[in-house]
Design a binder for this molecule. Structure first.
Ligand code: NAD
Length: 486
């Protein structure tokens, strides 16, 4: 049987290359596709196509015409929902119930929401006095930045890629996307939708490959890329920032997290359990906003740990198509090894393993898949690496606290600063704690409740810049002041 081929998408056409790499299923490590790796030549072609498209029909479209096309892209994704769903589940192994509710609908919505933003956003206007008494006016004009390099991770592939491509295109830019080597399929499939929606050739391009000495590096070091938007690990982000320094190119960085939840004794217990379960374990813990550190006020501690354990032990581990599956595998064997090494480290650091801590027993071929058990620890000192470093797996450590000050100190004592979840019924305390968390997003009595018009990004090592709603325009447009003497 010939294997599925995943091609690059350059200047409106699918492009094969001689060099391929295998895409393995996370479920059983079988090879599910051959991915055509872009070399320097293909990245050059993609960037050149994107540059040329900046001066083509795309540049001459009115905002209304662009908006219409972006709506058509969103509709195109929804029309081919099942294909996107199948591709995303095949690449990631995630349950269909998650991808059909989060990944694919949000992938489509990202085009609509930013089309609406660009349609409705005002620009600033100032009248000024001049010595001759006739005055002058100033107005802000938003033009595109140019060719945007989009570097994506594997955990929410379509959702996070379109979160960048949606606003970039809404603002009139062109893009070259480098999807994660682990999840190449949906970015490639989107090329067909772009063509069907009448997006001109060269506006959306996809190059496949890895980071160093591959498509990722070729793209981010390319002198004709005008701006780089990145989602991924902080260490990778640092390398990309160095590359972007040449030519003083702007970057938007959405990076790692080691997010805390603070559960006060006055919280709605069931809601706090439900929210913490989701934040620690959904998508097998592979969510940048996920909770890996839980601080629970001492009177509630024992009960909270026992209930979280009881509930997570009821989550079914299984195949994507099984509607009862709550936990899929991790994305790859490599990531499985990383997560299991932290499970091992937790034991060495002296953790009490409340549940999990290893690999689940999977039958037949699935034994070769990237499965890990959902895991809860207690009893680690705050200096433990398992508490300090991002693991990105279905696991969390739970520790007790006695005062609000202590909870804040513990939660903020980390290099990362992406998100926090605070569980309390005390409104004044909710505001106080939410505002003092050194993070980009504080959720109170919720988690992953996202209004796409709001600012999204990380503090400290979790990122630079904010995207979402009008904030995305700050990055994806060049704001020019036009001053007219009257
Ligand atoms: P990663 O940093 O390993 O890879 C991300 C992308 O960068 C991939 O496409 C990869 O090929 C590319 N890359 C790697 N080295 C490169 C280089 N030298 N030059 C150019 N490109 C390079 O991240 P990952 O493992 O795919 O994703 C998981 C990470 O992403 C976690 O740290 C997670 O917290 C983070 N993340 C952050 C957010 C956020 O919004 N802040 C969202 C999702 C994921």
């Amino acid at each position: 049987m010939t294997q599925k081929q995943i091609l690059n998408f350059i200047d409106g056409q699918y492009v094969a290359t001689q060099k391929h790499f295998a895409k393995h299923s996370p479920l059983d490590h079988s090879v599910i596709a051959q991915v055509h790796e872009a070399g320097k030549a293909e990245v050059d072609r993609a960037v050149a196509a994107a540059r040329a498209a900046l001066d083509g029909p795309w540049a001459r479209m009115t905002v209304a015409e662009r908006v219409e096309r972006l709506y058509a892209v969103a509709d195109g994704i929804n029309r081919r929902f099942d294909e996107f769903l199948a591709a995303e589940c095949a690449d990631t192994g995630k349950p269909r119930s998650i991808a059909s509710h989060i990944d694919i609908p949000r992938g489509a919505a990202n085009f609509k929401i930013f089309a609406d933003v660009i349609k409705n956003v005002p620009t600033e206007f100032f009248e000024m006095q001049t010595p001759d008494g006739r005055g002058a006016i100033n107005y802000g004009y938003r033009g595109p930045v140019g060719v945007v390099g989009v570097i994506c991770p594997w955990n929410l592939p379509l959702l996070l890629m379109t979160w960048k491509v949606g606003p970039a295109l809404a603002c009139g830019n062109t893009v070259v996307v480098k999807p994660s080597e682990e999840t190449p399929q949906t970015a490639a499939l989107l090329g067909e939708v772009m063509n069907e929606a009448g997006i001109p050739p060269g506006v959306y391009n996809v190059v496949h490959g890895f980071g160093p000495d591959s498509a990722g590096e070729f793209l981010t070091t390319h002198p004709h890329v005008d701006a780089i938007t990145f989602t991924g690990e902080t260490r990778t982000g640092e390398v990309i920032m160095k590359a972007a320094a040449k030519g003083a190119r702007p970057v938007s960085m959405e990076m790692g997290g080691k997010n805390a939840a603070i559960v006060f004794a006055d919280s709605d217990f069931d809601a706090a359990i439900e929210g913490t379960l989701r934040s620690a374990f959904v998508n097998s813990g592979q969510v940048c906003l996920g909770t890996e550190r839980v601080y629970v006020e001492r009177p509630l501690f024992e009960r909270f740990v026992a209930e979280l354990k009881r509930q997570i032990e009821g989550w079914k581990i299984g195949l994507p198509e099984d509607p009862d599956t709550k936990l899929g595998p991790l994305v790859s064997r490599e990531h499985q090894q990383k997560v299991l090494s932290y499970y091992q480290l937790a034991a060495e650091e002296g953790a009490t393993v409340v549940t999990g801590g290893g690999k689940p027993a999977m039958a037949g071929a699935l034994a070769d898949g990237a499965w890990v058990q959902p895991t809860i620890w207690t009893g680690l000192p705050e200096t433990a690496r398992v508490i300090k470093e991002e693991i990105f797996g279905p696991c969390c450590h739970i520790a007790p606290f006695d005062t609000e000050e202590e909870a804040l100190r513990l939660a903020n004592d980390n290099e990362y600063g992406l998100a926090a979840a605070i569980w309390t019924r005390d409104v004044a305390r909710a505001h106080r704690v939410a505002q003092r968390m050194k993070v980009g997003i504080s959720w109170v009595n919720s988690w992953f409740l996202r209004d796409l018009r709001t600012p999204f990004g990380g503090a400290k090592h979790s990122g630079i810049g904010r995207e979402g709603g009008v904030h995305s325009l700050e990055f994806y447009t060049e704001l020019k002041n036009v001053c007219i003497k009257l």
